[in-house]
Design a protein around this ligand. Structure first.
Ligand SMILES: [Zn+2]
Length: 287
C-alpha cells in the first residue's frame, strides 16, 4: 500500500478551516506516486441517502453522508516532504492549520465529486462501491460511469471518516434540469445497456416505474461533455442479463415482457419517446 496521504481541507478560505489527513485504501494507479490535497469547495453539498446507514446511528451525523464538490491537487512527493518538515501539525483534524507553501506548482488539478461519510456502516458502503469501480465497472469509467479516483479513510475521535472521489459531473441537479428529453432518455438507455453488458444491475434506477422522476434523475448525471454517467452502486448486484445483445436503442421495440426489468424501463422510455411521441404521456414526478 502506498505511503501517501491526502489532506482534506474544509472551509480553507474561512476563519475556521478544518483539515483531515486520510490514508488511501484504493487509488488510481497514476496517483500512487503523488501526495494529494483536496480542497472542499463552498458549494452547498447534497445529502446522501445511504441505504441502511442510519440503523446503527448513535449521535449527530454518524453514518450519514454528504456529496461535496472539491478540487484535487497532486504534488510530487519531494515538494510535499519539504512542506511537512516545516513543522505543520499532523493532528487530525487540525483547526486553523497554516500549511507552508509549495515551492512547485501542482502536477495536476482535478474537479472531483467527494462522497464524505462518518461511521463504520457508511464507510463499509463506500468500500463496496469502491470495489465495484475498481473491478467490474473499470472498463466503463469515463463513459457509462464516472472516473474513480480513490477511497480514503481515517479516524476522528474514534469515529471512522472517509471519502470516495469521483469525476465531477456539473449537470447534476435533476430538479433544475426538469423532465429529460428524448435524446437524454436514449443516452440513458445506452448507458444502462453498457452496465448490464458487464453484468451489473444497478437496482435504484427506476424506483417509480410509472414515472420519470427526480429519484431516477439522481442516478443519471451529465458529465462535462454532456454524456451520461450512472452513479451510486451501493445496492448494485452482479447480474446475468437475459436480454440478448441489443444493437441499437431505437430498434429495441419489444421491451414489454422483457426478462430484465431495468433494461426494459430504460428502453421503453427511450423507444416510446422516439417512435411514438409518447414522452409527454410519461409523468414527470417531482415529489
Ligand atoms: Zn439486465
Amino acid at each position: 500500500m502506498p505511503r501517501i496521504t491526502i489532506d482534506v481541507a474544509f472551509g480553507r478560505g474561512s476563519e475556521h478551516p478544518v483539515m483531515y489527513v486520510l490514508k488511501p485504501e484504493k487509488t488510481l494507479r497514476a496517483l500512487h506516486e503523488d501526495n494529494l490535497i483536496l480542497k472542499i469547495s463552498d458549494r452547498v453539498p447534497h445529502r446522501l441517502g445511504g441505504d441502511g446507514w442510519r440503523s446503527d446511528q448513535l449521535t449527530g451525523d454518524i453514518n450519514r453522508g454528504w456529496l461535496y464538490h472539491g478540487v484535487l491537487k497532486t504534488y510530487p512527493k519531494a515538494a510535499h516532504s519539504l512542506a511537512r518538515d516545516s513543522g505543520r501539525s499532523m493532528s487530525s483534524p487540525s483547526s486553523g492549520s497554516s500549511r507552508g507553501g509549495f515551492a512547485t506548482p501542482p502536477q495536476a488539478e482535478l474537479q472531483v465529486a467527494v462522497k464524505w461519510v462518518r461511521g463504520m456502516r457508511a464507510i463499509e458502503s463506500l468500500r463496496r462501491e469502491a470495489r465495484m469501480y475498481d473491478s467490474v465497472l473499470w472498463p466503463l469509467q469515463g463513459s457509462a460511469v464516472p472516473n474513480f479516483y480513490g477511497l480514503f479513510v481515517g479516524m476522528e475521535n474514534d469515529v471512522e471518516v472517509g471519502c470516495l472521489l469521483l469525476e465531477w459531473c456539473p449537470g447534476n441537479d435533476p430538479v433544475a434540469a426538469g423532465k429529460p428529453t428524448a435524446d437524454v432518455l436514449r443516452m440513458r438507455a445506452q448507458a444502462v445497456q453498457d452496465l448490464h453488458k458487464v453484468g451489473v444491475h444497478h437496482g435504484q434506477l427506476y424506483e417509480r416505474p410509472d414515472a420519470l422522476c427526480v429519484s431516477d434523475g439522481r442516478h443519471f448525471l451529465r458529465a462535462q461533455d454532456g454524456t451520461i454517467r450512472i452513479v451510486d452502486f451501493q445496492r448494485a448486484n452482479m447480474h446475468q442479463c437475459r436480454v440478448s445483445e441489443v444493437h441499437d436503442v431505437d430498434e429495441y421495440a419489444d421491451y414489454q415482457g422483457s426478462p430484465c426489468n431495468e433494461l426494459a424501463f430504460a428502453f421503453g422510455y427511450s423507444h416510446n419517446a422516439y417512435t411514438k411521441g409518447l414522452l409527454k404521456s410519461i409523468p414527470w414526478n417531482t415529489y
